[in-house]
Design a binder for this molecule. Structure first.
Ligand code: DC
Length: 230
C-alpha cells in the first residue's frame, strides 16, 4: 500500500484541527493532532508538579506515562496509559502552560520521533501542528500552511466562547494569541514557520467548509487519485 502524508501547519485560531480532521475524513486518511501531544505533556507537568521548562524531566515523564492515541475513536483519543485525557488537555491551565512545554528541545525530540513512528504505523495520514511540514515530514505529499490575521483569529475565539455561553474578553484573547504566536515563532527548535514549498492559505475570509473544499481540491490535484482510493 502506498503512503500519502498531508501536513497542515499554522498558528492557533486558524481552525487547523477541525479542518485537518474533516479533510482526513474526505480523503479516507487517518488524522494526527500533534498539538494534543504537547498538551498532554503540559497536563503531565501540571499534575506532577514538573517545571514546564525542564525538558529532560518532561521527556522522561511522557515516556513513563505512555502517551499514545486510541485510533478506534474518531478523532483519535489521546491517552496517558489507560486514561483518556482528550478533555482535560483542552483546559485553561493546559493552555497557559503548553507554549513553554512545547519550547523544550528534549521534549520535542521525543514527540517528533513518536510522530514519525505513528506515520510508519499509519502511512496514510493528515498530520496537523506547527512543524509537521518543516521538520517532521518535509517529504510529505502536500504541505499546507494555514494563516489568518491575529485579530480575525481572536474574533473567532471570542465567538466560540460566546456560543458556548462563556465569558470572553476580546482584548485579552487577542493579547494571548499574539503572545502564543511570539513564543511559537521564536523558539529555537521547530519554530512555527512557513515551510519552504508549502501552500499558504489565508483562512481570514473563508468559512471552514470553504477551507476544507480548497484543501481537498489541492490534494486531489497534487496526488494521484489511486493513492486516496485504497
Ligand atoms: O494546536 P494546539 O493549540 O493544540 O497546540 C498546542 C501547543 O503546542 C501550542 O503552543 C503549539 C504547540 N505545538 C507545537 O509546538 N508543535 C506542534 N507540532 C503542535 C503544537
Amino acid at each position: 500500500m502506498t503512503g500519502v502524508i498531508i501536513t497542515i501547519d499554522g498558528p492557533a485560531g486558524t481552525g487547523k484541527s477541525s479542518v485537518a480532521h474533516l479533510l482526513a475524513g474526505r480523503l479516507g486518511l487517518d488524522f494526527l493532532d500533534t498539538g494534543a501531544m504537547y498538551r498532554a505533556a503540559a497536563l503531565i507537568a501540571i499534575e506532577q508538579g514538573i517545571d514546564p521548562g525542564d525538558g529532560k524531566a518532561l521527556a522522561a515523564a511522557v515516556h513513563a506515562e505512555r502517551l499514545h492515541f486510541d485510533w478506534v475513536a474518531d478523532p483519535p483519543a489521546i491517552l496517558l496509559g489507560d486514561r483518556d485525557v482528550s478533555l482535560p488537555v483542552r483546559g485553561q491551565d493546559v493552555a497557559g502552560t503548553v507554549s513553554t512545554v512545547a519550547a523544550q528541545p528534549e521534549l520535542r525530540a521525543v514527540l517528533v520521533q513518536q510522530q514519525r513512528r505513528i506515520a510508519e504505523a499509519h502511512p496514510r495520514l493528515v498530520s496537523e501542528g506547527r512543524d509537521q511540514g518543516s521538520v517532521v515530514f518535509p517529504e510529505a505529499s502536500v504541505r499546507f500552511f494555514l494563516d489568518a490575521d491575529a485579530d480575525v483569529r481572536a474574533l473567532r475565539r471570542v465567538n466560540q466562547l460566546v456560543e458556548a455561553g462563556l465569558p470572553a474578553d476580546r482584548d485579552r484573547i487577542a493579547r494571548d494569541i499574539r503572545e502564543r504566536d511570539r513564543i511559537d515563532s521564536t523558539r529555537s527548535d521547530g519554530p512555527l514557520v512557513h515551510p519552504t514549498g508549502a501552500i499558504v492559505i489565508d483562512t481570514g475570509q473563508l468559512t471552514r467548509e470553504q477551507v476544507v473544499e480548497e484543501l481537498e481540491r489541492l490534494c486531489r490535484a497534487h496526488v494521484p487519485a489511486a493513492r486516496f482510493d485504497q
